[in-house]
Design a binder for this molecule. Sequence first.
Ligand SMILES: Nc1nc2c(c(=O)[nH]1)N[C@H]1C(S)=C(S)[C@@H](COP(=O)(O)O)O[C@H]1N2
Ligand SMILES: [Mo]
Length: 223
Amino acid sequence: MHNKAERLKKSKKPQVQIEEHLRHRLPSGQMLTDRFPILHEGEVPVYDLKAWRLSVFGAVAQPREFTMDELLALPRASVTCDIHCVTRWSKFDTAWEGVRFRDFAKLLGIDEQAKHVMLHADEDYETNVPLEDLMRDDVLLAFNYDGKPLTDKHGFPLRMIVPHLYFWKSAKWLRGIEFMIEDRPGFWERNGFHNTADPFLEQRFSGEALPIPEDEWTRKEFD
Ligand SMILES: Nc1nc2c(c(=O)[nH]1)N[C@H]1C(S)=C(S)[C@@H](COP(=O)(O)O)O[C@H]1N2
Ligand SMILES: [Mo]
């Protein structure tokens, strides 16, 4: 029975037709899907939540660590947003819950010279985002998706959600937030991807386009 359910799920067509009135929400070069593709480098980390900490460091008054319980006790926000992966899939109306980065930032005593942030994540992943971008209304330290805790593969226990940038900026398995005075490129940003990554400006690559087949995402695992 489980197998049949799995087969039905896998047979779901990768791309769905976009309704005309929604077209303005789909950036150029993207395909709409109702799958939730799973994309990352490395293995899915396994955590002992008792030992898990989120570290805040760099240009802040005081480096700090937060337990998951401390984060779960903060005021929460819900965000429904469209997400856009540079490998060309977009998914509309994804529903997240977590702590607004902007609210979290108020607890930290950020140096006023800090203009950039490095998001540090497992396994050995990092991505840089301007601080100003993270202060937007819809940027979350997210722990729930669709009303349930994140699944392991989608970033349990904590990930970033930065809806207005390509989805590689939305680090899964977030472990550290580093405030920086000078910008520095993260993992994909050092490997040919655009520093800014605005999907509506198609800021995919920093130089020459990398040869990613347009249908590569359709072969990825998804749920
Ligand atoms: N820690 C970590 N976070 C990551 C990645 C990664 O490799 N490691 N990949 C990024 C990329 S390229 C994408 S498209 C999204 C995918 O998130 P999803 O698997 O929940 O769809 O995670 C982003 N966050
Ligand atoms: Mo991606």
